[in-house]
Design a protein around this ligand. Structure first.
Ligand SMILES: [Zn+2]
Ligand SMILES: [Zn+2]
Length: 248
């Protein structure tokens, strides 16, 4: 599609259509007075804002909309690319005994994750999953270096959130993503580490390849540990539990 992708055209063509279609009616309004609902003089005298102010206001709104749409599209594409890369390598590291034993097992030393354990990985894993995956997402999405500051910060915050060990009410990541603190916590448990490989944003790859483990987060009565958390010594108020009660 030439130098413009469909996604870019979807953002800017409606803006062009808006001004072209509006210009047609403005031209008709000048030459077809007998069809007007209001006179031209009323249009100028009764309106509380001038036409030049309306043009500036509309352009500002369209600029904001186009910028947000471009960022959402670019970030969404980068998220899909990063998720696909990380799912493939993450799952392979669990399948390949050598890679698991010597590299990925570092991260799984944390059976009960906490915030700054998020990036506790073997350096090779950090390079392979995070650095190369991030570079691929950056190149494929075509985001600017400035945008990448926000994208990689988002990835970092999401990773920390997924390992924070807290099921806080109102957590925006818990509201926006099925892949969240509890979802990844399941993967860190000894029973769960053959499931929920998807990270950091979506659960799509787990769903597609049958590695999705269903669960529910339940509030414990009085902080009494359940069968799934007998090893826990503290009164943790929440615990994830398989919705089926057994491995899928
Ligand atoms: Zn893992
Ligand atoms: Zn983890």
């Amino acid at each position: 599609m030439g130098i413009f992708s469909d996604e870019i055209l979807a953002i800017f063509v409606p803006i062009v259509v808006y001004w072209v279609y509006s210009a047609m009616y403005m031209a008709l309004g000048h030459s077809m007075d007998k069809y007007r609902l209001h006179s031209r003089s009323e249009e100028d005298s009764k309106n509380l804002v001038s036409k030049s102010e309306v043009i500036k206001g509309v352009l500002l709104q369209q600029l904001v909309q186009a910028a947000v749409a471009a960022v959402v599209f670019t970030f969404s594409l980068a998220m899909v690319v990063l998720d696909g890369w990380q799912y493939a390598w993450h799952r392979y590291m669990h399948l390949n005994r050598f890679l698991y034993r010597h590299i990925h097992s570092w991260h799984h030393r944390l059976v009960v994750p906490y915030a700054f354990g998020s990036q506790y990985n073997h350096p090779v894993e950090g390079l392979l999953l995070d650095t190369l995956g991030g570079a691929l997402a950056f190149v494929v999405s075509g985001m600017s270096p400035r945008a990448s500051i926000f994208f990689f910060s988002l990835c970092t915050v999401k990773g920390v959130d997924d390992h924070c060990g807290l099921w806080l009410p109102g957590n925006v990541f818990h509201l926006c993503f099925w892949n969240n603190t509890a979802y990844h916590d399941v993967h860190h448990q000894l029973r769960g580490n053959r499931f929920n490989f998807s990270q950091p944003f979506f659960i799509t790859w787990d769903k597609l390849f049958g590695t999705h483990m269903p669960y529910v987060v339940e509030k414990r009565a009085g902080g009494v540990p359940t069968a799934h958390s007998r090893h826990c010594k503290s009164n943790i108020p929440f615990v994830w539990k398989l919705s089926s009660g057994k491995l899928p």
